[in-house]
Design a binder for this molecule. Sequence first.
Ligand code: UTP
Length: 327
Amino acid sequence: MGIKVVIPAAGAGTRLRPHTHTTPKTLVQVAGKPILGHVLDNLLRELEIEELIVVIGYMGDKIKRFLEKNYSLKTTFVEQPERLGLGYAVSLTREVVGDSPVFITLDDTIVEFDLGRMVGGDCSAIGVKEVDDPRRFGVAVVEDGFVRRLVEKPSDPPSNLAVVGVYYIRNTPLLFECLDRLIKEDIRTGGEYQLTDALQLMIERGERIRAFPIDGWLDCGKPETLLSTNRYLLGKQGGSYEVPGSVVIPPVFIGRNVTIRNSVIGPYVSVADGCEVIDSIIRDSILNENARVERMILERSLIGSNAVVCGRASQLNVGDSSEVNLH
Ligand code: UTP
């Protein structure tokens, strides 16, 4: 018997605009597949999923189509009518989750850890990791391996242990009770109903929550973190490719039906299906499906699906001892 998994995926992904104007954040490409593909494939390697419960809202149809086309899991979609936060999204899964233990993972957080050890134990657990500046995360105060206190996005963090975005909750009736209380009493942080705040209420009601240290936390929520996750994952699993007439410097990922002509690709480049790269040099970048890049030198760039980016070759007539810098 497996476990129910909840993925709240109704966020707007504002930090990844403009990509998230047309693609839900979780479907943005990183290292050869959408973020959601990495999240699920990691789970499936280690867990038997009894039912996948996905909260959708913003461009939810695209998420639905991706899951239906690529995974044959028992999946229930729950619509989130208003964007009121992660806690609100989880509260909507009450009917489907019932009173079984549940594993909750954010839709933009790829984690590499021993899921089997976190899930299935006799008490709840949440993933934590030490970070330099925890102010934009939920922050945990941990004693003897258990979470004593949780604060969402504190201006004065009580520790540097950030809540990573993976949660194993055993006492789901209490979770839903605490989420209901947040909503009834309109307790919000940053204008939203937060899962962290509900977990803090659970702790106050006596729930024991283990802090599970996670080293491999690959955030994809912002352009910089998406690119560093791309580098990391390609470094681990990127392939080397031969493209006649072009130079490919591994590690890279090159999808299907890609045309590359007279170019240098890599290192750390993901080129999704259907892209065209002509007369260009690209490193440390992600090209989403059917993007076209011509006569460009790109670095640390994110190019959206179907985008067209064309530069031009310069014609110069430069005299001796001149200095020309084309920035
Ligand atoms: P974030 O706090 O990262 O928000 O959501 P976001 O909307 O995805 O991205 P930004 O901050 O605007 O760039 C954390 C998780 O909660 C889900 C998101 O999909 C993500 O998995 N979420 C957030 C919801 O399902 N509903 C919401 O109303 C808010």
